[in-house]
Ligand binder design. Structure first.
Ligand SMILES: [Zn+2]
Ligand SMILES: [Zn+2]
Length: 356
């Protein structure tokens, strides 16, 4: 790999804008030396764990000094419904370390930690932190905004940690990671743009910038998800050419209740052109097709999901393996490029399984 760009005149692959000979060539290599790799990993973890706590709320003058963790999934409202003895399962991904596990977590623990609001502004999510919510425009906005905020914070944190590590380590031996960071940089530009729209809505308290639609299932599912994605394949298997990197996003919340489940889709009205078809498709598609699509899509974007132990056990070992395969292995292998086949595959797990 190195021979390909190890020429004095060539720009370094790390993206610093400097020549390789003056950049990563003189940094610590993490390739082939287990000591330096271990050192790198320790710093990687430390940077992530000590990353600054911020508040993304636009009204900074009202910020409390206490920064808190926003749960991307409403803790009280949802987790208690799917937990067994206070425990739920969460996918845990260790960035560069190549590990993925479904980990049991206590619902009282700080399960999905994103320190992106101060304690004062985290209260804005109170209207969606209970069960049987009567939904309206404002609440749809809160669901989508909470997903947005966590995504924004995560990408910002990833990039800041990367910039810090790149000063010291030669990361050019890991082109996959470099590509991932490069894509994140592009996404960040779009995320900053979306942030302005969300900020304005919050300041003006007008939430009509989003278009939302909801469908309900007449039973409780045993998982919850809050995620956003750029669809690459539509509900009928057509590939969406406009869905390259950084393009508009659909926010999805799947919220179980005592004996029904709400599935909320939202997107910025600004992107209406891209998503009119999606709305129509959701309306006319057979429910089974929609659930099959979501059954494949949600694990591909699974960072903010929680699975109830009952569901996990009901899948059996084969189903669990299949879930992990799509949630992790295949995503890496194909570099996030899925074909329509992947969206409509029969799986050995079923997120929407009815459990009595
Ligand atoms: Zn470099
Ligand atoms: Zn604040």
């Amino acid at each position: 790999m190195r021979e390909m760009f190890d020429k004095k005149s060539e720009l370094c692959l790390c993206g610093s804008g400097k020549k390789y000979s003056e950049c990563c060539a003189i940094k610590i290599s993490i390739c082939g030396n287990s000591n330096s790799f271990r050192g790198f990993m320790q710093e990687f973890d430390k940077l992530h764990n000590t990353y600054k706590k911020i508040c993304l709320h636009p009204n900074k003058s009202e910020c409390s000094r206490v920064k808190t963790h926003a749960h991307t999934i409403s803790q009280k409202a949802v987790l208690e419904l799917i937990a067994e003895n206070g425990i739920v399962l969460m996918p845990i991904v260790f960035g560069i370390r190549n590990e993925f596990r479904m980990e049991p977590r206590g619902i009282e623990a700080k399960a999905t930690k994103f320190y992106c609001f101060c304690s004062n502004h985290d209260k804005m999510f109170a209207p969606i932190d209970y069960t049987n919510i009567c939904l309206n425009e404002n609440k749809f906005f809160l669901y989508a905004y909470r997903i947005f905020a966590a995504t924004y914070y995560k990408v910002r944190r990833e990039l800041d940690c990367f910039y810090k590590l790149r000063e010291k380590y030669d990361l050019t031996s890991n082109p996959w990671a470099l590509l991932m960071y490069h894509n994140m940089e592009i996404n960040m530009v779009f995320l900053d743009e979306y942030k302005k729209i969300f900020d304005e809505a919050i300041m003006k308290e007008t939430y009509s910038c989003l278009e939302s639609m909801m469908i309900s299932l007449e039973y409780k599912v045993y998982f919850a998800a809050a995620t956003c994605f750029c669809p690459m394949i539509d509900l009928f298997g057509n590939s969406l050419s406009s869905s390259e990197l950084g393009l508009p996003m659909i926010y999805i919340s799947i919220i179980p209740n005592e004996n029904y489940t709400n599935i909320i889709f939202s997107w910025l009205k600004r992107d209406y052109d891209q998503y009119t078809f999606f709305k129509e498709q959701v309306k006319i598609a057979p429910r089974r097709l929609l659930l099959k699509y979501l059954n494949n899509l949600i694990p591909m974007n699974c960072e903010n999901m929680t699975v109830g132990p009952k569901l996990w056990e009901a899948w059996g070992e084969e189903g669990q393996k299949d879930f992990i395969k799509i949630a992790y292995d295949e995503k890496r292998k194909d570099n996030f490029k899925f074909t329509s086949k992947e969206y409509f595959r029969e799986r050995l797990y079923n997120l929407f399984l009815k459990i009595s």
